[in-house]
Design a protein around this ligand. Structure first.
Ligand SMILES: NC(=O)c1ccc[n+]([C@@H]2O[C@H](COP(=O)([O-])OP(=O)(O)OC[C@H]3O[C@@H](n4cnc5c(N)ncnc54)[C@H](OP(=O)(O)O)[C@@H]3O)[C@@H](O)[C@H]2O)c1
Length: 672
């Protein structure tokens, strides 16, 4: 789309510091942007800024700017720790967002910020101005066209020598101080762009990163060097710092030539001209000078790239769109972790939370599960499993995943003594404490997994689980397995002992057969005790042909469904998507041994075909149909999910929007 066809954006600037002034100064020279309003924490500061730069409106609070219906896009120019909160609030207000770098403090926040923008349908760009300048486009083209030959190494430096001042945003930890976040983000984004261009992609993620750095008295990094490796045997050497006189420059070393970039980030012109310069150095001292003309100030380009993104819905390459920004934040997380740098807000208890989404969850009540006042708790039909090693550590990731789930309306968590050697319970316990939501959520506490599948093993593990979770009692205690050597009466007596002690309010069994559940409930009835109110077996549209692992039980068959309906026992279904059958099954019998062994059968492929047909008719994905089938059963059924990221959680929630009729349910399961 040409510049002249793009609708100009009316900008609101949020905060009135140094970079806000730079942006406001450049905006009149943009092709498709005009300054409309400015907001500051101080009315005077906003008014002075508006007068100086010609804004029509000025506001003494950021919230007022978000409420201005004339504002199309907001430029967030606060210190880094406030970016996340204001991205989310701008998205909720329906404003397009250009946010200063780094997008957020860490990738966990970034993932939720990206999610918020996606959910509200607004454009989100990280304000890497150099990515919007023609010089950067030219660099990417030189790399991808092969002008340098195969790319082998990238060198990128961005640092400056500020005198340490613990109160300044450059050094104060609570203001996100330190070199990696302030300017390391540039060199990281440069290396990812170049490695991407060399590999035929818009950007690339490092396969490996190592770093050393020097921390100052505040704990923020003064200077640091990282080395990273990308696909295609490309290595990068990255130097940064806020107390290091290294300047800014880059070199890209290819097999046939080296590209030297004297001003990679500010894109400074050759003196007295409207052109920047690049040097293409070939062997034998040959140097080709490449001049790149430009027609606007640096920051005007990013305002126009944003207008283009809003108009087309596409990121104007190589500007920094949401997925690229998220990858950059992950790289910075790794870099910081390598030198032991973390920020107060991401260490845990005081971490900020913001509401990302409205509560959209469907809930069901469950026998015996009540809050402190004795009222039934609404248990969300989607239950977050906590076997999430790798996705909930460091803690900032756990926070993001749990906050996101809870804010979508998820209120039920499934824990187990064995998950991650207790890590899942500890991280969830920390989250519960920091958010103060214990009474609003339903906790499944599982234990007594073999070889400790006995009443004694259960008592011991339960106490350990409660301690790790930091709570006095769970809601539902779930035996992780049955042990047929234990007479049923012993289990029921032991489980009622925990009820009497107030350690939980209801109990169930995971991978328990209907026979044993019935036997247990008969024993309980005849002895005046409480029986099993729930089970956690597999339930899915696809039939489990062979157990996924030893001792696991599926309840998808007709007899089980009748039993659950008649007894109204709650079923917490694991692998309700048949472990990827509806997403990945392709009759390629060599692809995934577990998928083939446990789920491949002619009848399951027929179910898959019907789910695909219905999905096409309803305009949703096949996995949404398969999940909706599970959630529509005529008994209290709940689906356990194990997302690795907030975007995976979003996918799982889609099923809640699809209603299936009883007739469709029968047809999907080949009963009609
Ligand atoms: N792209 C670039 O070239 C570039 C260059 C420099 C900085 N940046 C980025 O822009 C952001 C702001 O940097 P800056 O140099 O403009 O910082 P700055 O001069 O300190 O200004 C930050 C502004 O944020 C607002 N603010 C809100 N809460 C604050 C708090 N607790 N403490 C201090 N200020 C607070 C203030 O505006 P009000 O008082 O009006 O509310 C303040 O003037 C940073 O994330 C930085 O990485 C980008």
């Amino acid at each position: 789309m040409s510049d002249s066809n793009i609708k100009p954006l009316r900008w609101g600037i949020l905060a009135t510091g140094a970079i806000a002034r730079t942006f406001a100064r450049a905006l009149p020279a943009s092709k498709n942007g005009e300054l409309w309003a400015v907001a500051s924490r101080s009315t005077e500061s906003a008014a002075a800024f508006a007068a100086e730069f010609g804004a029509s409106k000025s506001y003494g609070s950021y919230a007022e700017l978000l409420n201005d219906p004339e504002v199309d896009a907001i430029y967030i120019a606060t210190p880094h720790p406030m970016h996340f909160e204001w991205i989310v609030k701008c998205a909720e207000a329906g404003k397009h967002i250009l946010c200063e770098k780094p997008l957020t403090l860490n990738s966990a926040e970034a993932s939720r910020a990206v999610e918020a923008a996606r959910a509200k349908g607004v454009a989100l760009m990280e304000a890497f101005m150099y990515r919007c300048h023609p010089q950067t486009t030219q660099i990417a083209e030189l790399v991808s066209s092969g002008a340098l030959g195969k790319i082998k190494a990238i060198e990128a430096t961005f640092s400056f020598q500020a005198q340490p001042n613990p109160a300044s945003r450059l050094f104060a930890l609570e203001l996100g101080g330190g070199g990696i976040l302030d300017v390391g983000c540039y060199v990281a984004s440069f290396s990812r762009l170049v490695a991407g261009a060399a590999n035929g992609k818009t950007f690339a993620e490092p396969l490996e990163l190592k770093a050393l750095g020097v921390l100052g008295t505040t704990g923020a990094d003064l200077y640091s060097v990282a080395v990273a490796r990308f696909e295609g045997d490309i290595v990068a050497q990255l130097q940064t710092g806020v107390n290091l006189n290294g300047g800014s420059h880059c070199r890209i070393v290819g097999e046939n030539a080296t590209l030297r970039v004297p001003s990679p980030f500010f894109c400074s012109p050759v003196q007295g001209s409207d052109e920047t310069i690049l040097y293409l150095e070939r062997g034998g001292g040959q140097v080709e000078e490449i001049y790149v003309p430009f027609d606007r100030p640096l920051y005007a380009f990013e305002a126009d790239a944003m207008a283009s993104m809003v108009a087309t819905g596409e990121v104007l390459y190589p500007a920094m769109g949401p997925d690229d920004a998220l990858g950059n934040m992950k790289m910075l997380d790794t870099w910081r972790a390598a030198i032991g740098l973390s920020y107060p807000g991401e260490r845990g208890e005081n971490a900020a939370t913001v509401k990302v989404k409205e509560n959209v969850m469907r809930t069901r009540e469950l026998r015996g599960v009540v809050n402190e006042a004795g009222a039934p708790k609404a248990v969300s039909q989607i239950v977050l499993g906590t076997m999430l090693e790798g996705a909930i550590e460091p803690y900032s990731h756990g926070l993001a995943l749990f906050d996101d789930f809870f804010e979508r309306g998820g209120t039920c968590f499934d824990t187990a003594h064995v998950y991650g050697g207790g890590m899942g319970e500890r991280v969830l316990g920390r989250w519960l404490k920091s958010r103060g939501v214990r009474d609003e959520v339903t906790l499944i506490v599982k234990g007594a997994h073999p070889p400790n599948c006995s009443p004694d093993g259960m008592r011991h593990q339960l106490q350990e689980s409660l301690d790790r979770l930091g709570i006095e009692s769970g809601d539902i205690y779930m035996l992780h397995r049955d042990n047929l050597q234990i007479p049923i009466g012993e289990w029921v007596e032991a489980l009622n002992e925990g009820l009497t002690k107030g350690l939980y309010r209801a109990y169930g069994g995971s991978n328990w057969s209907l026979e044993r559940l019935s036997e247990a409930n008969e024993y309980a009835r005849s002895h005046g005790l409480q029986g099993f109110s729930s089970a956690s077996n597999n339930f899915s549209l696809a039939r489990m042909v062979k157990p996924v692992w030893g001792g696991c039980i599926s309840s998808s068959d007709a007899e089980s469904r009748v039993w659950f309906e008649q007894t109204q026992t709650a079923l917490f279904s694991w692998s309700s998507q048949a472990r990827g059958f509806f997403a990945r099954a392709d009759r390629d019998f060599t692809s995934d041994a577990e998928l083939v062994r446990s789920w491949y059968s002619d009848d399951n492929f027929e179910r898959l075909a019907r789910a695909q047909k219905l999905a096409d008719e309803r305009g949703v994905s096949t996995v949404v149909v398969a999940a909706a089938y599970v959630l529509a059963q005529p008994f209290p059924i709940f689906a356990l999910i194990g997302p690795r990221s907030v975007s995976e959680t979003r996918d799982s929630f889609e099923a809640l929007g699809l209603e299936l009729s009883p007739q469709e349910i029968r047809w999907l399961n080949l009963e009609d």
